[in-house]
Design a protein around this ligand. Structure first.
Ligand code: ADP
Length: 305
């Protein structure tokens, strides 16, 4: 199989901190692949290794079959990297930033404009505005345009939507889908669990270790059936009380409700009656549909010592 990205048993330490601990996975050509994990999981370290900016302590990675240490300069023409913090020159204008990134790769903006046109069109109205004066959503569009201007085969996007408003986040994911349709492989990291479902496959990573790799639908199916929503007038009391019930494996706040993960012996009707008898008013417990966030909570719970 011809992989776009192949990661083989990578470990990376910063002093005593193990940022990546034996990480292996591969990404197919043309795939939209998500890297999901909380802050400090090791996502940026992984991106820096793939972008040839950092070397692993052990293990290896390949991009389009090329080793990230031995063939770093060839790899740099094949990837478009958008680091976690905006890579733009804040004092250069919109068009100067774009021309600068094009010149780094020896291409002209005109040659590859067709690829970025749907993204860049919204910035064409103010070509002379300094990048530092753009809104978060506009900066993100300019950074993506700059990462694409040399027509890379693989986009490495490290938390591209962090700190961006919800509308721009959704627009950004629409843009990624269009790029994916053009055959570009996309490796995108996020700590927003709702974005994970827009990927074809995702790797879940926490404290430098892979927890699971699968399609979002399969991952959600793994949660199992015993998940309930619970609400009552006094949510705090409900949470504390549910956590003391032996059949309850876990209970946590989930939006406006609680999610209850329960063993087979859990009886929601009996529990509602019991809690109301104890004086908790308007208790409702009903089956919940799990999502990626529930899975993440489950996986990190299983991993705790
Ligand atoms: P993420 O991108 O998922 O937030 P990072 O790869 O940035 O994770 O960080 C993984 C771990 O490595 C964290 O514990 C972080 O504090 C640590 N770390 C990252 N970069 C450095 C560095 N340059 N020096 C020391 N520790 C670092």
């Amino acid at each position: 199989m011809d992989y776009a990205v192949e990661i083989n048993d990578i470990t990376k330490r910063y002093g005593k901190i193990t940022a990546l601990d034996g990480v292996s996975f591969s990404v197919d050509k043309g795939e939209m692949f998500g890297v999901i994990g909380p802050d400090g999981a090791g996502k940026s370290t992984l991106y820096k290794i793939l972008a040839t900016l950092l070397q692993p302590d052990s293990g290896s990675a390949k991009i389009c079959g090329l080793d990230t240490v031995k063939h770093y300069s060839e790899i740099r023409t094949k990837i478009g990297y958008m680091p976690e913090r905006f890579s733009l020159y804040q004092d250069l204008t919109v068009s100067e930033n774009l021309r600068f990134f094009a010149s780094l790769f020896g291409v002209s903006v005109k040659d590859n404009y067709d690829l970025i046109a749907p993204i860049f069109s919204q910035l064409e109205k103010f070509p002379n505005r300094k990048a530092g004066a753009l809104s978060g959503g506009m900066k993100q569009k300019l950074a993506l345009s700059c990462a694409l201007i040399h027509r890379p085969e693989i986009l490495l996007l490290d938390e591209p939507t962090t700190g961006v408003d919800a509308v721009s986040r959704s627009e950004f994911w629409d843009m990624l889908s269009t790029l994916r349709e053009k055959g570009i492989t996309i490796l995108v990291s996020t700590s927003y669990m709702d974005e994970a479902t827009r990927c074809e496959r995702i790797v879940m990573i926490n404290r430098g270790k892979i927890l699971d790799i699968n399609t979002p639908a399969n991952l959600i199916a793994e949660i199992g059936e015993n998940l309930y929503n619970a609400v009552a007038d006094d949510m705090f009391r409900l949470l504390n009380r549910l956590r003391k019930i032996p059949e309850v494996i876990d209970c946590y706040t989930f939006g406006a409700t609680l999610h209850v993960v329960a063993g087979k012996a859990f009886d929601p009707f009996k529990t509602v009656k019991q809690l109301e008898d104890e004086g908790i008013r308007n208790v409702k417990i009903y089956p919940a549909k799990g999502d990626i966030e529930d899975l993440f909570i489950k996986l990190t719970r299983n991993e705790e010592p």
